[in-house]
Design a protein around this ligand. Structure first.
Ligand code: BES
Ligand code: ZN
Length: 914
């Protein structure tokens, strides 16, 4: 993946000799041809130590001006200094040594490498220099870098989002995570606004015109560029003191929002306080800044970003209106808050050296968020939910040739953006959970704490984390190497399928391993050092109980033998699916496991049941076991009463239904109706005071029943929806209970008339709550009528209707509706150039649109259309891997239809009455 830029390009040259011709020089750019090869990386021998940054954004014109003074230390003798810049107008560059000007012969913007090259006539000697650069830029380019967000009534605010490579769009800088430096930041703001940054404000000075004020913040701790943050807004805040429990000082946590939304910040603030206190105790490392702010920004490209001391969020990921938010909305907010706070230590205090090791940030935060919520809200059972929220989806992605290893070499901004994906996040988190599983919870915590203490304010690679865990690992397994074991999981893609067969003795089983691929016809090339074999920790549960001791299956061993007690009749491998692998059994054993499930065996935990469902259907899809086995297993659901297995099953049925053509999915619907009915009949539609997890189960069951067209559920939903819609705008609005809104809006709209759609569209346009808006946008994509969908697609393009940040999600919603898929596919292809213009090829969301839209394609014709489209637009930017994934999925879908459709249908037809 690691590419070099090969550059034969036009460079913008700014000739600069004396300071008095500076201004003229930017207006007389000359261009020149230059041949050079650049990696896009900066020299490791020229390092910044301190930035002094002054920024003056104009909230009306959408422009900004800035000056940055950078102290650097160079350990190389060269006649140039390169640093990053993008989309900035550089108006002056000065370089000093010991306060003496070093003449700059010229400065060149190397656009392809997003760099500014400052050139000198003479070779610079090593030592300390100061660079001073004046620049200006545009806040309306996009929603990354330094940008303008639009509020109600034509008001605006400014915010920044730099991760991974956008700090260079706000100020010239050494924009790589390893270049940690301290920052003195000053921001100019209108008098009535607040200015926020990573650190606390220490002084402010009103300017002579009495309209603006310069706010200066305390010198920061050493940090990477991508963590710097600036916000200017007229928001309000609420605050609490964080109790550090003697680990560092107490400090203030504040949550900001627009003034009319202040009632929506209590939930996030409360989770934020408790999660922060949890992390301080868990990591045993003080929070190193004097304050911590969190803020919701109306235009926000992703979910949230962990800027140190000033975490920024999308409104839907932060604001909770107790009168409209569902339990799911709240859990999502809590997850996001807990995730970003985990980064304050993991990522911010200790940072990966380069983006190759992004998983150290994202995998870790994704795992820590679960631990934090499990500790502060145990009744939410987030550890069980790990399977459905994190692990099962990535086991699908990682069973394809288009996957990649966790540690992945990347160089360009597009490649860097692209690895913010489910492998870094979800596989990263899953592999850490497995590691914690075999090392033990307390050992894991101690190793992590040592790591943070040892590497604070510096940068690391994966080996450094493992080295900190090693002493604790060695206590348990003196003869094994944690480095080798983990390398098999982090340095090659994919994962193993363990296969059990009968051993020589009746109580013995032989376990073998093989890479698991969804397409059984492809063969993996042995292009990794570990030959697609893994060092696997095996645990098991048998009729006798749970065996927690690890049986190691080395990558180099042919097999391992598991010996159970004489009288044990069944065995299930991989307790709670803590190991990142799948398991296959002899058919008789599958039958015994199905019997255990049906008998509600207490030995099989919630996670075990979810695991068996997920594995069985994945193995059937990969043609390892007959679909009959997986489907028979699913029939145990008639006795299942827990949320996580039902959520697992619902996803399986959803994906199966996507694979079946329309008329055939009716057979699936009838089958699922039989399964869901017993539990459906126990649910209450009226508002109840259920616990969170019981509430999730209720929503899941009612929504699944509606989806599979259980007549009673369908009728109730349509009535409830129409009552609400028709009463809207009258004095007696019949509101729908918050936990049911999402699916009642959606399924209520499926058979909507044009008129009903218009009414909902108007409700949407008037709605101010971001989470409620999301539910409405989703429902607007539900109708089966393509004329309506076409209209929606057109209206959505207009930013006055739908913010850019939400547009691609809406396109995904419409394409997820079978009546809208073809429509969207045509539109995406026709509009591609415009889409790239609006979102840029560096957008991972644009990249992901392709797999989203094409996910249900299952014909050669569609495959051909995709290939033609990719040939027509060969530049994929950050979407290159997404295209490969999309192609592989469609090829698999085609084969699935050929090989499996008939047998699935047979089973379903024979089981319409259970
Ligand atoms: N560090 C990321 C922010 C980010 C995302 C930067 C994508 C660059 C590209 C942040 O911690 C994060 O992971 N945010 C997630 C939400 C989170 C709850 C998983 C996001 O923005 O999608
Ligand atoms: Zn993150």
């Amino acid at each position: 993946m690691c590419k070099l830029f090969s550059i034969v390009r036009c460079f913008t040259i700014i000739n600069k000799i004396t300071s008095n011709n500076l201004y003229r020089s930017i207006h007389s750019f000359r261009t020149m041809e230059r041949t050079e090869t650049l990696s896009g990386r900066l020299s490791p021998l020229v390092r910044p130590t301190h930035y002094n940054l002054f920024l003056r954004p104009d909230l009306n014109s959408g422009l900004f001006q800035g000056t940055v003074k950078i102290d650097i230390t160079t350990k190389e003798e060269k006649n140039y200094i390169n640093l990053h810049t993008k989309f900035l107008n550089i108006t002056s560059v000065k370089v000093l040594k010991n306060n003496v000007d070093i003449p700059v012969s010229k400065y060149i913007e190397i656009k392809q490498a997003e760099q500014l090259s400052i050139n000198f006539d003479k070779t610079l000697e090593t030592g300390i220099y100061n660079i001073e650069i004046d620049f200006n830029g545009d806040l309306t380019h996009s929603f990354v870098g330094f940008y303008l967000s639009k509020l109600k009534d034509n008001r605006t605010m400014v915010a920044s989002k730099f991760e991974p490579t956008y700090a260079r769009q706000a100020f010239p800088c050494f924009d790589e995570p390893d270049f940690k430096a301290t920052y003195d930041i000053s921001l100019v703001k209108p008098l009535s606004y607040v200015a926020l940054s990573n650190m606390n404000a220490i002084s402010s000075k009103v300017e002579d015109d009495r309209q603006f004020e310069i706010v200066t913040f305390a010198t920061s701790v050493p940090m990477s560029t991508y963590l710097a943050c600036f916000v200017i807004c007229d928001f309000d805040f609420k605050q609490n003191e964080i109790n550090s429990n003697g680990i560092g000082k107490n400090f203030i946590l504040r949550s900001f929002s627009q003034k009319h939304q202040m009632h929506k910040i209590d939930f996030a603030q409360d989770i934020g306080k408790r999660a922060t206190e949890f992390y301080i105790k868990y990591y045993e490392v003080p929070f190193p800044l004097p304050k911590l702010d969190m803020i919701a920004i109306p235009d926000y490209v992703s979910g949230a970003t962990e800027h140190w001391g000033l975490i920024t969020y999308r409104e839907t990921s932060f604001l909770v209106d107790e009168t409209t938010a569902s339990s799911r909305n709240k859990i999502n907010v809590a997850n996001t808050v807990a995730h970003e706070l985990a980064h304050m230590w993991f990522g911010n205090l200790v940072t990966m050296k380069w983006w190759d090791d992004l998983w150290l940030n994202e995998g870790f935060a994704s795992y820590m968020q679960v631990k934090a919520l499990n500790a502060i809200e145990p009744s939410w059972t987030m550890m069980d939910q790990f399977l459905i929220k994190t692990m099962h989806s990535v086991l699908v992605t990682d069973a394809k040739l288009s996957s990649h290893s966790i540690v992945q070499s990347v160089a360009t901004p597009d490649e860097i953006t692209a690895i913010f994906d489910s492998i870094s996040y979800n596989k990263g988190a899953s592999v850490l959970r497995m590691l914690e599983g075999f090392i033990g919870e307390e050992n894991f915590r101690l190793g992590v704490s040592d790591y943070l203490k040892k590497y604070k304010y510096s940068n690391t690679i994966t080996k450094d984390l493992l080295a900190s865990l090693e002493p604790y690992f060695k206590k348990e397994y003196p003869n094994l190497s944690i480095f080798y074991i983990m390398d098999t999981w982090t340095r090659q893609m994919g994962y193993p399928l363990l296969t059990l067969s009968k051993g020589d003795q009746p109580n013995q089983y032989v376990v073998t391993q093989k890479r698991f691929l969804l397409d059984p016809e492809v063969t993996s090339t042995n292009d990794t050092d570990y030959k697609y074999r893994w060092f696997v920790p095996i645990t098991y549960t048998s009729s006798n109980g749970t065996n927690r001791n690890i049986i190691w299956f080395p990558d180099t061993a042919e097999n391992v033998v598991v010996t159970v007690g004489e009288a044990e009749s069944w065995i299930k491998i991989n307790n709670k699916q803590i190991g990142y692998y799948r398991v296959n059994y002899p058919l008789e054993m599958w039958q015994k496991l199905i019997e255990q499930l049906k008998a509600k065996s207490e030995q099989l935990t919630i996670s075990d049941r979810s695991h068996l469902l997920d594995d069985a259907f994945a193995l059937a899809e990969a043609r390892v076991i007959p679909y009959d086995v997986a489907l028979s297993l699913s029939s145990y659901l008639r006795v299942e009463e827990d949320y996580v297995p039902w959520e697992t099953a619902a996803r399986i049925f959803l994906s199966l239904s996507d694979k079946l053509t329309n008329s055939l999915s009716d057979n699936l619907n009838i089958y699922v109706q039989q399964l869901v009915k017993p539990l459906y009949e126990k649910q209450i539609w009226q508002k109840t005071n259920l616990g969170v997890i019981e509430g999730l189960l209720r929503t899941r069951i009612l929504s699944l029943a509606t989806r599979c067209q259980l007549p009673d559920a369908q009728a109730k939903v349509r009535t409830m929806f129409l009552n609400w819609l028709n009463s809207h705008g009258t004095e007696n609005v019949l509101t729908i209970e918050t936990d049911l809104r999402d699916f009642v809006y959606y399924y209520g709209m499926q058979s909507a008339t044009q008129q009903e759609w218009e009414k909902l569209w108007n409700i949407y346009l008037e709605e101010e709550d971001a989470q409620e808006q999301t539910k409405l946008r989703h429902a607007l994509a539900a109708p089966r009528d393509t004329t309506i969908l076409r209209k929606y697609l057109t209206l959505a393009w207009d930013e006055k209707n739908i913010r850019s940040q939400d547009y691609l999600t809406v396109v995904g919603y419409i394409s997820g509706n079978p009546s809208g898929t073809a429509l969207v596919w045509d539109d995406v292809r026709t509009r591609w150039t415009e889409l790239v213009g609006r979102f840029s090829l560096n957008s991972r969301y644009l990249g992901n649109l392709i797999p989203t839209v094409t996910s249900s394609f299952n014909t050669q014709l569609k495959l051909k259309e995709m290939e033609v489209f990719f040939d027509q637009y060969p530049e994929a930017g950050a979407g290159a891997a997404s295209r490969r994934r999309a192609l592989e999925t469609v090829k698999n879908n085609i084969k699935w239809t050929d090989h499996n459709q008939a047998s699935v249908l047979d089973f379903l037809k024979n089981h319409q009455q259970i």
